[in-house]
Ligand binder design. Structure first.
Ligand SMILES: [Cu+2]
Length: 241
């Protein structure tokens, strides 16, 4: 967040944090849209999909804010117990210690995160999406084993991932032969210039292409992402951040 360029998002009235690409209806027909539904702390969607460009329609039918991100795992042999018993507990313990003000214990817990986690590659997903809303993102996936997850934090500081909000998805070697149509706008994201728009979005449907110039991990282990938030004129941008 340190590199956020306030002038950009003040000007456009938009805060951007996780990749969102809004695709038009014709794209969806061409691309056989993959539906993802959340009703509680889970993802209902396909177990296996093609590689290449895929359009996801993520319907949040639950009562809380969620998102999804596609984490490409470094090995196909990573199984459920690797996630449940070895990956999630160090994160949960570390966060609990941080909330209790025990920074040293937190670092010990985070130190137990399996080394393979360093080799996870993030391929994007949707931005945060409110209850009852649908997010449409088109992302390019390489073949491999992925973990779809939502790591929004609950009020008690626990990640949704640890509440069951993750799912393995296999991306096969066969490609979709789909390429997204031209975007209306490009958003460049970098550690040096923050978020830069090429032009002001219009009223109505806008399709954003997000170009990540670089990604530098921050305190929360991740780089920048893009969210789209509509707020009313009385909102205070500093308190929102
Ligand atoms: Cu969630």
């Amino acid at each position: 967040m340190k590199t956020l360029n306030k002038n950009n998002y003040k000007h456009f009235g938009i805060i951007l944090l996780i990749l969102i690409v809004i695709a038009c209806k014709t794209d969806q027909k061409q691309n056989n849209v993959i539906e993802v539904i959340t009703r509680s702390m889970n993802f209902q969607t396909a177990d296996t999909i093609k590689s290449g460009w895929n359009t996801f329609a993520y319907k949040n039918l639950s009562g809380e804010v969620h998102f999804f991100i596609m984490d490409k795992l470094p090995s196909d042999s990573i199984v459920e117990s690797d996630i449940k018993d070895h990956l999630l507990p160090p994160f949960d313990d570390g966060m609990r210690f941080l909330i209790e003000g025990k920074a040293d214990s937190a670092m010990v817990s985070f130190g137990k995160i399996p080394t393979w986690f360093n080799d996870v590659k993030r391929y994007g997903g949707t931005g945060l999406i409110s209850p009852g809303k649908t997010a449409i993102s088109t992302i390019n996936l390489k073949p491999g084993k992925y973990m779809m997850e939502c790591y929004v934090k609950a009020i008690n500081g626990e990640w949704h991932t640890s509440h069951g909000m993750w799912k393995f998805i296999t991306v096969v070697d066969e490609t979709t032969n789909f390429s997204p149509t031209e975007a209306d706008h490009t958003i460049s994201v970098s550690s040096t210039n923050g978020y830069v728009f090429d032009a002001q979005p219009k009223l109505g449907k806008n399709r954003f292409k997000v170009e990540f110039i670089d990604q530098v991990p921050h305190e929360h282990f991740n780089g920048h992402d893009v969210n789209l938030i509509k707020y009313d004129a009385s909102a205070n941008i500093d308190s929102l951040v």
